[in-house]
Ligand binder design. Structure first.
Ligand code: NCD
Length: 317
């Protein structure tokens, strides 16, 4: 990728110095800007000049993570920056001594140029952004949002689908507690307004009202169903039932195996359907379909690296 091309795109960077808390921050111009930067980085497999040399990213993860933390860390390394990883064993940090969330953020802000935060409480990223002088990137705030995942999901759809057509998109599984689908539904409503959304979940796990309000505000065509018929979809986005969010594990047991994609299911799907999942999967997708070209979930992981490079470059430039 030419350095000149990247620098040209960065000239119209609307995100410099900004926190990324919710996808509601993104208008179509920002999405178009991020998608061009992502596409350039992807075209060169993420090889880049060391734009972030001398910059420090703190990865502060109060909840488990494999992909999101690893991909932010890999993205920062690829850009030549450094990382303070507080990604495992938060029990060994001063939080276990009773330090407040505010003090933790203000402390890490002294050492960092950006803080990537995952926290079990909805609204925590917003709270951190209000007290921090350096940008906060929300890597998942409880049952709230997961903007970087939703962006990589959206860009995967944009890369893999024919956008000339009105897309038929199914979001399947835990729509109540799944933060990735909260952010993604909002992005689809605003960026792909001609799509038709089918929300597939047991009634216990319906999409929350505040997201449904957003869909109505955008006049998105949607339906809510319980049983999943995979035929006619261009995109099938599966999710894990979020066991850790249930207070009553009997309820979890009732809904945990609601949907599963197997060889039989995909034989009913369109030839060019795209099967997605934010991962980790715990039974929603049978590994026997991984080699089917329609299975896009590991391509999503790869796209996540380029998207997070684009985000870090933007926020820190
Ligand atoms: C998701 C999350 O943490 O919300 N994982 C991820 O970041 N890729 C989905 C999940 O945990 O089910």
């Amino acid at each position: 990728m030419s350095k000149k091309q990247i620098e040209k795109i960065l000239k119209r960077n609307p995100l410099g110095g900004h926190s990324i808390v919710s996808v509601s921050q993104f208008d179509n111009e920002i999405i178009e800007y991020l998608y061009s930067l992502y596409t350039l980085l992807k075209g060169n497999n993420g090889e880049s000049k060391r734009y972030m040399k001398g910059k420090m990213m703190t990865a502060l993860f109060f909840e488990p993570s494999t992909r999101t933390s690893a991909s932010f860390i890999a993205a920062m390394n690829k850009l030549g920056g450094s990382v303070v990883p507080i990604t495992q064993g938060v029990e060994y940090s001063s939080i276990s001594k009773g330090e407040s969330f505010e003090d933790t953020i203000v402390t890490l802000e002294q050492l960092s140029d950006v803080i990537v935060l995952r926290h079990p409480e909805m609204g925590s990223a917003k709270k951190a952004a209000e007290i921090s002088m350096v940008p906060i990137i929300n890597a998942g705030d409880g049952v709230g949002e997961h903007p970087s995942q939703a962006l990589l999901d959206l860009f995967t759809i944009m890369d893999e689908c024919d956008l000339e057509k009105d897309l038929n998109i199914a979001l399947v599984g835990d729509l109540r507690f799944g933060r990735t689908v909260h952010s993604l539904a909002k992005l689809i409503a605003s960026v792909l307004p001609k799509s038709r959304l089918t929300l597939v979940s047991p009634s216990m796990l319906n999409m929350p009202d505040y997201i449904m309000d957003e869909l109505r505000r955008h006049s998105t065509r949607y339906s809510e169903v319980i049983s999943f018929n995979p035929e006619n979809f261009d995109v099938v986005y599966m999710t894990r039932v979020q066991k850790e969010r249930f207070t009553d594990l009997n309820e979890y047991e009732q809904v945990k195996d609601s949907y599963r994609i197997t060889k039989d299911t995909i034989s009913l799907m369109k030839d060019n359907a795209v099967i997605m999942h934010p991962l980790p999967r715990v039974g929603e997708i049978d590994p026997e379909i991984d080699s089917d070209p329609r299975a896009a979930y590991f391509r999503q992981v790869k796209n996540g690296l380029f998207l997070r490079m684009a985000l870090l470059l933007s926020v820190l430039s």
